[in-house]
Design a protein. Sequence first.
Length: 253
Amino acid sequence: QMKEFYGFTVDVRHGSELLTLNFTGQSARELLLADLKALVGFDSVSGLMTERLIKDECCQRAALRGAFLACGSIAEPKRSYHLEFAAHRAEAAELIGFLLKQLDIRSSLLERNGYTVVYFKEGELIAEFLLQTGAHVSLLLFESLRVDKEMRNTVNRVVNCDNANAQRIANTSARQLQLLRELENSNVLGLLSAELQEAARARLANPHLSLRELGEIMDPPIGKSGMNHRLKKLETIAAGLPQNEDAAHITND
């Protein structure tokens, strides 16, 4: 068909994965490349697509799909979110960035080892790119990995928060126990009000409980803020108690 249309002979070679068309002659080359540019919008000399190719959204998606196959890569989602195009020419990278922008995908540029790299790191943008370029199987796999990763991150945050709370409770309890024992050893504890004595003995007997849990075992039960108020008052009394102060000088508060 090419011989009939263009008037020159084409040598067809079949490879394992590629079909190669070979022809000779400058005029044949120029004619074929001119038609290629006119028909599909690709300039083989500059290696760039013409405006005609990128006007339609479907063509923009196809161009990005081809660009990704040619120079794109995506990082392992379990480690980080990163998709990039490493272009030999800055003009090609800028065109890729323009095409991404047309699909509302924000990207950035950087120079690396002689390449101009177009990249973006947000998981949602990577998912959108896979959707827009028709990579539906890869999209499902990526989203599955992304959900697993975010779930693990959420669990880790909760565990870290619980650990921090447990450490804070332990530190507070240790400080209170030391001060309350000083009150007890100074015979001051028995001079305090019944409410403060109850709070002190509850903390001494239950060093592992939180304020909320301590408040629940009061008679009658009190809230977290009420329990905190009583223990703070006990801490203030104990902290202001000199080592040689007589117990009789402490008023029953």
